[in-house]
Design a protein around this ligand. Structure first.
Ligand code: COA
Length: 353
């Protein structure tokens, strides 16, 4: 059992890998390959020509994999590369024999910096076991904008301990849902709007290179958010449709999820001078108004930046979760001051996990 081969993949493994992906992700294989696979691995401009996937083989059959989404990372002004651990899967009949651990070890050894932000519990245990350590947590913020009667019924039944059928007959859940939605809309009037000088862009240009040059020195650790990176991540990424707005003082990227995803509006990235609260409010407010007008049920954002948390919680967002980033690096890395959010890693992969 222990002599399964674990090694880095090459493009010659493509047919065997696609066969594996068909088995591993039967209900969403079409979102895993070929378009996403080519974008993520084969044509990733930051992967420098190698295929950042490690595979386990039983004979010539691929039975497990661990991939790296390679991105440019800037640490105290010095550029390096990070491999975010992605697409980690071992076929069910081969699990629990240490193959997942071997795949993660190989991926870890193949990247100067190996990181993860959003991961399953077993993956987190394996990563701890092979030496990744946690960084400060990244809070996730959620706000319901449209209260639907079925969820209100559920909450009322839980709080009052009355049977759902009884409450349903009174219709109080429907009334409560519309009152709650109306109250949310009333309170949303305090959210900054409109944002002056902000324009939608189909692609990012030199204006974001200028934002990057001006504001990136204020962050000890962050992905290089210049036009090259942003166009790869938020324009070229298959299956996902992002909305991108840029002003002379910052940018914001968001999207409305679509079936088979839940009806959520996601704020993926907002970038500005962290001391310029006015711009952050204007950009976040714009995303919230646009997504609400598109009919989302709830809004979600995540950010390691405290000022963003303060703005969002001031607008009735609740902190609903935290993600614990994990890292192993061959170079010194700061513990604090990372700029991390919902757009990092593959946290926003379509369809949402
Ligand atoms: C996560 C996943 C890839 C792990 O693969 P795996 O080959 O089972 O991994 P390992 O065998 O190395 O470790 C799995 C468990 O078996 C245990 N284990 C490892 N070697 C073992 C051995 N020789 N004998 C018994 N158990 C062993 C590990 O301690 C681990 O236990 P834990 O879950 O309590 O921490 C696999 O479970 C999977 O494909 N899951 C579905 C997809 C998924 O969730 N991916 C992660 C996305 S972030």
């Amino acid at each position: 059992m222990l002599n399964f081969l674990v090694r880095q993949a090459t493009v010659a493994d493509k047919p065997a890998l696609f066969e594996f992906l068909r088995r591993a992700y039967p209900d969403r294989a079409q979102y895993k390959f070929p378009a996403r696979w080519e974008w993520e691995y084969e044509h990733n401009p930051f992967a420098r020509g190698t295929l950042p996937i490690w595979i386990a083989l039983d004979g010539d059959r691929v039975i497990g994999q661990s991939g790296a989404l390679v991105e440019p990372l800037v640490l105290d002004g010095r550029e390096t590369r990070v491999g975010w651990g992605v697409d980690f899967f071992v076929l069910p009949e081969y699990r629990g024999q240490g193959l997942g651990t071997r795949l993660q070890q190989a991926n870890n050894a193949g990247n100067e910096i190996f990181m993860s932000l959003s991961m399953a519990a077993t993956a987190a245990r394996i990563k701890t076991h092979i030496g990744l350590r946690p960084l400060p947590p990244v809070p996730v913020y959620t706000k319901i904008v449209r209260h639907d009667p079925a969820s209100v019924l559920h909450t009322l039944a839980a709080r009052t301990k009355l049977p759902e059928g009884l409450i349903r007959r009174t219709g109080v859940h429907r009334l409560s849902a519309s009152l709650l939605t109306a109250r949310t809309a009333r309170r949303a009037r305090g959210i900054s709007h409109p944002a002056r000088g902000v324009i939608p862009v189909a692609r990012f240009g030199p204006e974001v290179d200028d934002l990057w040059a001006r504001f990136s020195p204020q962050f000890p650790a962050l992905i290089r958010r210049d036009a090259e990176y942003l166009n790869w991540k938020y324009v070229a990424q298959p299956h996902v449709q992002y909305e991108r707005f840029v002003s002379p003082h910052g940018y914001v990227i968001f999207r409305r999820a679509r079936p088979p995803e839940r009806n959520v509006g996601l704020i993926l990235d907002v970038f500005a001078d962290p001391a310029d609260e006015g711009t952050l409010r204007a950009l976040l407010g714009l995303a919230i108004h646009q997504l609400t007008a598109q009919g989302v049920t709830y809004l979600q954002a995540a950010s390691s930046l405290p000022v963003i948390g303060q703005i969002l919680t001031g607008w009735d967002f609740k902190q609903t979760k935290t993600a614990i980033p994990m890292i192993r690096a061959n170079v010194p890395v700061p513990d604090a001051g990372w700029l991390l959010g919902k757009g990092d890693h593959d946290w926003d992969q379509f369809p949402l996990a």
